[in-house]
Design a protein around this ligand. Sequence first.
Ligand code: ADP
Length: 174
Amino acid sequence: MRVYAAEKERHVSMKTAVYPGSFDPITLGHLNIIRRAAAIFDKVVVCVMVNAEKNPMFTRQERVELIRKVVDRFPNVSVMSSDKLLVDVAEEIGDCVVVKGLRAISDFEKEFQMALINKKLNAKVETLFLTSSEKYTFLSSSVVREIASYGAPLEEFVPREIIGDIRKKIESRR
Ligand code: ADP
């Protein structure tokens, strides 16, 4: 098959995906995206970014540790955190694409805008969207934080390994 020069130039290696988010805390929706990205890419780097919210439930380091507990089973997934711009993180990692999960139409506008801004900031950084599994389109970390604070069962929303940590955190905040 003939590959034209312009296409060659624009070719993006699919080796590494960086999956950014606040993950406060990681949910089954996030895990679904991580699992699928890990099957497509050679490596996935989950990057905990600074939370826009002033009062996150878990510190950045705690969020990293919770994700590590959960992704331990995937040999090609690693976890880091950064307070830098996403495009700068991507540049540091090198030769990677940004992967994001798209829940419903409501995510689209914000994510589309972010992807275009990132492209303006660094034209080399491509963003790929994976559509949320329909099972998890309703799920967000904020919903988890809210129902957890009322003591509701969490088994259907977050990975088993971190339920105890969420319960402990809620207790310590009372
Ligand atoms: P949240 O909105 O739950 O606080 P984050 O800011 O941590 O999520 O999101 C990180 C990334 O994961 C974003 O790309 C977001 O669209 C995606 N994501 C969040 N929840 C889900 C879900 N239930 N299914 C698929 N993708 C999701």
